[in-house]
Write a protein that binds this ligand. Sequence first.
Ligand SMILES: *Cc1c(COP(=O)(O)O)cnc(C)c1O
Length: 424
Amino acid sequence: MTETTALHELTGTTPAATQAEWTGRYTGALMNTFGAPQRVLVRGEGCYVWDADGQRYLDLLAGIAVNSLGHAHPTLTGAISAQLGTLGHISNFFASPLQITLAERLATLTAGGSRPTAARTFFTNSGTEALEGAFKLARRHGGQDRPRILALEGAFHGRTMGALALTAKPAYREPFEPLPGGVEHLPFGDVEALEQAFATDGDRVAALVVEPLQGEAGVRHLPTGYLTAARRLTSEHGSLLILDEVQTGVGRTGEWMAFHHDHIGGGLTPDVVTLAKGLGGGFPIGAVLTLTEQAAGLFSPGQHGTTFGGNPVAAAAALATLHVIERDDLLERVRTTGAALREQISAIGHPLVAGVRGEGLLLAITLTEEIAPAVARQALEAGFIVNPVAPDAIRLAPPLILTSEQAQTFTDALPQILQKAANS
Ligand SMILES: *Cc1c(COP(=O)(O)O)cnc(C)c1O
């Protein structure tokens, strides 16, 4: 407790201000990119967080699929503090055992068994930077002879200019045009449209970029067989298949990677995989991995770089996160809790609930009316953090350590939350 007081003092956040006061200061100090904050949070433990007024919430969003181990997990905070107290940052003029070990671990996990000899990793600080790296790999693949890059309608790949060019949403793109060229967005989940895109000038496609499950578009499944077709077509035309697992990777769906599910990936090997969100358990880190010969070695020295990427503290956070997922058998836990959560939601049989979609602990409750924002507001009032990912869908992406009992407290409260939202 004395340490907490010391932290308040040294950061100048000592005066016990209310939520309303902090919100006022927020508006006067931060750029208005996110709108007004829903709550000002001061503390977290396990699957719960507390706001500045002392109210507790069950965190069913985990910082948007990030806090895999919940809040203040002792193994994670221990690893981060120990590493920071040993060696914090070194730049990429130097290497650390942690960065090397993490690259090896990720290659093994992503490949789903033994590490391919072509596997190589570049570390970033975020998802958008991982996609930026993947975009640059695609440009290097075939150069001027392959100007085409394919992505899908509904895709979200990040906010920097390259990642934004891959992102489909007009409201995100249009204020920043012109964006890097050559990107074509194909109808979502349409194998025929994909075949057509390759039928003419298929050999000029550098890469196809796909989320195995579209997170930001509302937790949308591709039809079974889509990724298999994508792998076949990209292989036939010598194009890269880039899977964006930033939201779905590192255990979120109940497998290490979403494409590892038979009904999603069907045993394929992508050329490139991007990771971030859950990888560091809340500490900022991302990665772009190559798994095949045609993707490896596209960057030569000097063609890409980063100051912070792969720093020892971030690498320690990721290694600790992977360690706990493995040690505590969290993949199995995600599958069990995810299934329980789906059953609980279906069991309430509420007329406003159309269904549940998603995989593992990346789920969306679909609604029969477009009242998701009101539902999220009422959930917050009732002590639950959820996300209105679409007008008619509520996203749940809780910590992987969530228990079925904790999930049940939400589903027990859900009928009343829905009723209040309908009446508001
Ligand atoms: C969140 C997300 C990104 C961007 O990651 P940031 O860390 O927010 O930059 C990219 N791709 C997918 C699929 C995402 O969900």
